[in-house]
Write a protein that binds this ligand. Structure first.
Ligand SMILES: Nc1nc2c(ncn2[C@@H]2O[C@H](COP(=O)(O)OP(=O)(O)OP(=O)(O)O)[C@@H](O)[C@H]2O)c(=O)[nH]1
Ligand SMILES: [Mg+2]
Length: 306
């Protein structure tokens, strides 16, 4: 394309741009909210805690603003190197953020985990907004009693009551965020949803399927490595990936009776991949055991957690 053909875009002098990090205990709905805010599913979601393991950058754009959301792993007490990595990923987002959102669940707010997180944010003196999520799960009177029992915290810039799942309160929150960001220029080209590669995102979709279809230690003991991602002309994209688990019995669960479970995991993940990349996908999955990988820094690095 020649220069004459390129559309020259003059940005508004009132453009606002900034980073907004989302913090909270595991499972409070951070990834659901970030996906709702950007209007696309980028970050994986499941009903089990500790689904998100990395900082996931998700971008919202319109004519007047670019908001770079940082979805973070849920804050928890680390038990192994994998947990250490997750908590470190979350913590380091604070230094990049112009604004922090702390999310709690309406039905279970301000136990010790939430209080710890609030005091961490308060100490950092970062500008912060409190988000009370899952209001669809509580009655109006429960909400009133939560409101009156909120700990004395005068450092919140605002409080928002939302349901990330039903998207209620999400557009009001977005408006509020836009106004709080500084004037500036876009950090990323307009229209980009994330800085993560498709290769990374399809691996995450396999992990999401495992989190949705298996229980207890199995999803937490699983890591996914995408071995091959080939786009083919006039044919489906070819993706092959390996699921690593820690024990033979976990491998047995992932494979399932007569291979039924790995088939379900593959077919759920494949449908999500096709939605994401907008093309047909042929997905080849295998399962291997890597003993105690969550405790081994070398294995963590090999699986992309570095
Ligand atoms: N009822 C209800 N469920 C919600 C809401 N928001 C999220 N959820 C559910 O809560 C569960 C956890 O959501 P996630 O978005 O994965 O939570 P998270 O905070 O990112 O979790 P981690 O990544 O594990 O820290 C999922 O089953 C969501 O569907 C909500 O507003 N109402
Ligand atoms: Mg998450």
């Amino acid at each position: 394309m020649g220069v004459d053909d390129q559309e020259l875009r003059i940005e508004s002098p009132d453009l606002r741009a900034g980073y907004v990090a989302v913090f909270g205990r595991p499972n409070v709905g951070k990834s659901t909210l970030v996906n709702a805010l950007i209007g696309s599913k980028v970050s994986i979601v499941s009903e089990q805690p500790q689904t998100t393991r990395d900082r996931v950058l998700c971008i919202y754009d319109d004519d007047d603003v670019q908001i770079v959301f940082l979805d973070t792993p849920g804050m928890h007490r680390p038990r192994d190197k994998m947990n250490d990595y997750m908590v470190h990923q979350a913590r380091r987002c604070l230094q990049d953020a112009d604004l922090s959102l702390m999310m709690v669940e309406a039905q279970d707010a301000f136990g010790p985990g939430d209080r710890y997180l609030a005091s961490w944010l308060k100490e950092s003196k970062a500008p912060a907004i409190l988000i009370i999520n899952k209001i669809d799960l509580v009655s109006p009177s429960q909400l009133r009693s939560l409101e009156s029992n909120l700990p004395e915290m005068d450092f919140w810039l605002e409080r928002h009551y939302i349901s990330a799942l039903n998207e209620s309160g999400v557009s009001d929150l977005l408006c509020a965020l836009k106004q709080r960001l500084p004037l500036g220029v876009r950090f990323f080209p307009e229209g980009l949803l994330t800085d993560r590669s498709e290769r990374y995102l399809v691996g995450e979709l396999v992990r999401e399927s495992i989190f949705r279809l298996t229980r207890e230690e199995v999803p937490h003991s699983s890591a996914v490595v995408v071995d091959e991602f080939k786009e083919r002309e006039d044919a489906k994209s070819f993706i092959s990936a390996t699921v690593y688990v820690e024990t033979e019995s976990q491998k047995g669960i992932i494979v399932g009776k007569e291979g039924q479970m790995i088939k379900r995991i593959g077919s759920t993940a494949r449908q999500e991949m096709e939605r994401l990349i907008g093309r047909g996908v042929y997905l080849d999955l295998r399962v291997k055991v890597r003993k105690k990988w969550r405790k081994n820094p070398k294995d963590l690095r090999e699986f992309g957690y570095q």
